[in-house]
Design a binder for this molecule. Structure first.
Ligand code: PGA
Length: 232
């Protein structure tokens, strides 16, 4: 049992996580460090492409990402759902509508993540599949910056539901057809590389923590009514 090993472990843990996982992973480092004060941790937060690059260069022990790399030999394990939802300012006219057709998004100013972002790739995939295009008003390289831009009335966007923490009063999540886009966070590591005992311990710790994680709302049945309640 991990608790039995308390105080025994020394060493380094190098983690790299995609931008959405920074709302989950760093918070859990506190209890882990208390359990294993001898472990030194570095945590990089970057977009999907950045994670792939780090993986190719073998820079980290463990990765958390939403899309398994196609051209790399990796081991992976599902961690948690990472649904993408449509964010709008709290008083947006569409906030009261139900079952909004996807095409309706095309007439709203849209704020898009940077090239190399997995979120962007997922949105683009859905739009391409439906033969649709959004009007990109602004491109921003950060989920937080996008949230600020939405709150400032610049437009709407698609972001991970996890990016919404205590600031729910500022946003509505629109009830749009084809949403949420279902994604999953995976713990990934190169297949040829054996995990150190420290990395293995963290791996098991994170899996356990994910099992206990409670999503603030049930996204799969997310409706405008719930969104209003959330915003009340
Ligand atoms: P991103 O990662 O920061 O590259 O958009 C999010 C994801 O892939 O889920």
């Amino acid at each position: 049992k991990v608790a039995d090993l308390k105080g025994l472990k020394q060493g380094q843990l190098r983690l790299a996580v995609i931008t959405t996982a920074k709302y989950f992973v760093p918070r859990l480092l506190g209890p882990f460090c208390q359990l294993y004060p001898g472990i030194e941790i570095s945590l990089q937060v970057t977009n999907h492409e950045g994670i792939l690059e780090r993986m190719v260069n073998n820079l980290d022990d463990l990765y958390v990402m939403s899309q398994i790399p196609e051209h790399l030999d990796v081991n992976y394990q599902a961690l948690l759902d990472n649904p993408l939802v449509v964010f709008a300012p709290v008083n947006h006219p569409l906030a009261k509508e139900k079952n909004i057709p996807l095409e309706r998004l095309c007439s709203e100013p849209f704020i898009m993540r940077e090239p190399g972002s997995g979120t962007r790739r997922a949105i683009q995939g859905l739009l391409d599949e439906k033969g649709l295009k959004v009007k990109v008003k602004l491109e921003l390289g950060s989920n937080e910056a996008i949230k600020q831009a939405i709150a400032g009335g610049l437009g709407i966007s698609v972001l991970s539901r996890h990016t919404l923490l205590t600031d729910t009063a500022e946003f509505s999540i629109l009830d749009v057809q084809n949403f949420p886009i279902k994604r999953t966070w995976y713990m990934v590591h190169p297949a040829g590389k054996q995990l150190s005992i420290v990395a293995r311990t963290y791996y098991e710790y994170l899996l356990e923590a994910a099992k206990q994680f409670v999503q603030p709302t049930n996204f799969s049945t997310y409706t405008t009514a719930e969104s209003n309640q959330l915003n009340a």
